[in-house]
Design a protein around this ligand. Sequence first.
Ligand code: VG1
Ligand code: CO
Length: 543
Amino acid sequence: MTIRAIATTPFPGQKPGTSGLRKKVRQFREAHYLENFVQSIFDAVGNMEGATLVLGGDGRFFNRQAIQIILKMAAANNIGRVVVGQNGLLSTPAASCLIRKLAAKGGIILSASHNPGGPDEDFGIKYNSNNGGPAPESITDAIYTRTQIIDSYNILDADDIALDELGEFTLADMTVEIVDPVKEYRRLMKRLFNFKKIKKLFRNGFRLRFDAMHAITGPYAKDILERKLGAPKGTVVNYQPLEDFGGHHPDPNPVHARALFDLMFGEDAPDMGAASDGDGDRNIILGRGIYVAPSDSLAVLAANAHLAPGYENGLAGVARSMPTSGAVDRVAAEVGMPCFETPTGWKYFGNLLDAGKVSLCGEESAGTGSDHVREKDGLWAVLLWLNILAERQESIAEIMKAHWRTYGRNFYSRHDYEAVDSAVADKLMTDLRTKLEHLPGQAFSGETARTADDFSYTDPVDGSVAKNQGVRIVFESGARIVYRLSGTGTEGATLRVYLERYVVDPSEHQVETQVALERIISIADQIGGIAERTGRAEPDVVS
Ligand code: VG1
Ligand code: CO
């Protein structure tokens, strides 16, 4: 076995987005592309000699090959030990859990999350730090800078390691440990939740449908829900991780999780429906005939978390990303705990969680999590809901109704316009930004703008600043529109428009969301000129 330093040319790629580097598989397979990024991680993070790293991915196409390359590069960079999930599999939250448990230096997670997989689809890579969370901007910036000047990388000439056998192996001087991807994660869940009570719920006939969307959560959900909690066989569907997710996007929204929505709104709907995304960090929750908006789910979890053993002493505080609805703010105000508003992306929660300022956080994009790891966690959210349902003995619809009666309802929806011409999307955003100072005081069909700005965030822990995080317009009624461009897409630009309206009167709480938001939707188009500029009459995805 010999180590080879391969001469290479700097990486032409652009800056990694909201969560790591996401590109077409085709690009990742180009000569030196993946290698340059991995060497840039090692170089930028530094002090890798003898360190322990965690490595795994969501099982999408190219996962296995990428793992073999990264292992050989890790050995050639004198890393001490790499802990890999069996068959190269680790959900994002399980990777975070392992990094923390092993006090590893960090971890590399291979996933493009909710993006589709396959030879012509997407791949992604992301570095997590020793707290188990996505590397902060200071590190991702350093990695990016390194990719622009890198001129060689180190790799071992060696045979592939068998990824299917548990145990320890060596690669030159490095130890490779293949571990059960579920074990540590299951232990952690057992500590947080009342498994006995949830078992009893299932024993008493509670019916759940969990759609793993042929992505990474399948093995975790099968093990924990069916084998450990006694949910009937068949509760977890599409549980086999597939390289192309069965040809679907592993994105739990009304478009891509159609079958689950149809079931939950159909005649024989079970008590609860849930789904997770490609890398297992997101979740959606449905009750019989009701979809729980992720922003509402966060609020309900915040109001009820104390019913689960892991949170019985209450929460230190909560945080939500800026475009997430203000529903959780109302719970925080009631309880008298702090509520933080951060930019989109889980990395911004890391400092708040590490400093003990918040215990629970979430995003409108179906990500919720807590201080148990440093990633959002799909199955965790499902288990917390189950624990709450086991304690309250009410249906999901009843819980939602009662919640809105207490706090009022924040009607909320996100409209996505995908694969928009990048120049058109950029121009739309620039034009909005130049308009901002003139908006306050202006009236639009029954709403008057109160404030308008481009969200900027100063981290309360380390003082770092993130600018241009989304244009938001707040109206006198409390309604709000946010415009932002996605940082995770791989084709053109994705424009996300976030719409919100607060309604106190319970007699209006049962209105269909899109109907309740009609006026706000039309104002959003009026101010942004969306239809005219993009030529689209309708958004591609409404969630
Ligand atoms: C999207 C979501 C954001 C989430 C990010 C990563 O980002 O809006 O809330 O943190 O995906 O989630 P963007 O930039 O496309 O809006 V995941 O599940 O892809 O790791
Ligand atoms: Co994800």
